[in-house]
Design a protein around this ligand. Structure first.
Ligand code: AHG
Ligand code: MN
Ligand code: MN
Length: 339
């Protein structure tokens, strides 16, 4: 198969991810290059998982492994394969001392010679239930500096840090194109995979992603309405019926895809607590904190209705929390309905 090169606009030449990361590193003299090398490796993970996603229907990647993870969810074959890609590539990076994954019961220290000062949290495949039907899915990652001394193996407390300690976070979106979106706390950048050369590029030079302050979309699994608290029911009703800027509903059921659309267009995503999931469904460490970091860097907000997501103290690796995330105006409105 031959792949034709895309036609870029004449007055904005694309910047590839390596060039961009080198420029960012030069702009921050304190940077040692360690984070740049981890991000470069994560862009490799993104390409390889993107390939697995795109070819899944051709090579027996659909379906379940037969295993159930610690969270009681069935593990599909691609969850396991994507997890392996993250693990193998990160293991080869001397700056990474260990990782924790949504798909593994506990954190994994790399061997004792690996004295890296960073740890990585990831959700290797987000939106797994959509995978077999060719609907957009993603991966999420989050990077912290370890707290334990570099002379030892990493410990659980390295993986139970508040979101505000993140040094970098991002996601890969396997949609109509594959994207790599990340922040190190200096704005949000979104790269698109150009399959003709196998590189992530910023098609519009150095433009940052900013999210609209007022949203016009709400994303929630409304089939759960009878299990919600009354404040949540009233909030959703307000969003759709208010005279000024009533919202439309959009829900893919893949967090990364729903989040990314709302980030660009303005809107709010929520997964409230309900009578079946008393703490909500989504995972604080590998789903909520990274997306909260991106949302805030883009000018949005993320809370559990009472607390900023990134200030919540994690007590467990696979802790779940209620979340409302997206445009400021709609997140603040949610807080009023809960108070
Ligand atoms: P994962 O595929 O990593 O287990 O995450 C699934 C999550 C998230 O992607 C999505 O927004 C949410 O589950 C959907 O939940 P419902 O099916 O309950 O709406
Ligand atoms: Mn997920
Ligand atoms: Mn997952």
């Amino acid at each position: 198969m031959s792949v034709e090169a895309p036609i870029y606009s004449e007055n904005s030449l694309p910047v590839n991810i390596q060039e961009h990361l080198r420029t960012e590193q030069r702009m921050h003299p304190e940077a040692t290059g360690a984070l740049t090398s981890i991000l470069t490796d994560l862009s490799r993970v993104a390409k390889s998982v993107s390939y697995l996603v795109n070819t899944a229907g051709l090579c027996d990647s659909y379906g379940q492994t037969g295993r159930v993870n610690i969270q009681g969810e069935s593990v599909i074959k691609l969850d396991a394969r994507a997890n392996e890609q993250f693990k193998q590539i990160l293991k080869s990076n001397p700056n990474v001392a260990g990782y924790a994954s949504e798909e593994e019961d506990t954190f994994v220290p790399f061997n004792k010679d690996n004295r890296g000062k960073y740890i990585v949290w990831f959700d290797p495949l987000d939106g797994s239930s959509n995978f077999d039907t060719n609907v957009s899915i993603g991966s999420i990652f989050s990077i912290y500096q370890r707290k334990s001394p570099e002379s030892r193996l990493v410990e659980i407390d390295d993986f139970l840090q508040k979101g505000e300690e993140q040094v970098c976070a991002g996601y890969f979106l396997y949609g109509t194109s594959t994207m790599f979106v990340y922040t190190t706390g200096h704005g949000v950048f979104g790269f698109t995979l150009d399959p003709s050369v196998g590189e992530f590029v910023l098609p519009n030079g150095y433009s940052e992603i900013k999210t609209p302050e007022i949203g016009k979309i709400y994303s929630v699994n409304e089939a759960n309405i009878n299990k919600w608290d009354q404040g949540v029911v009233r909030y959703i009703n307000d969003l759709k019926t208010r005279a000024d800027n009533p919202c439309s509903a959009r829900y893919v059921g893949s967090l990364v895809a729903d989040f990314h659309r709302n980030l660009l267009k303005g809107g709010v995503y929520l997964y409230p607590r309900d009578s079946k999931n008393p703490n909500g469904k989504l995972r604080l460490n590998c789903e909520l904190n990274p997306l909260a970091f991106i949302a805030e860097q883009a000018g949005g907000m993320a809370t559990d209705g009472h607390n900023r997501i990134m200030e919540i103290e994690p007590r467990e690796l696979h802790q779940r929390n209620q979340v409302v995330i997206g445009s400021k105006n709609e997140v603040e409105l949610f807080e009023k309905y809960l108070s």
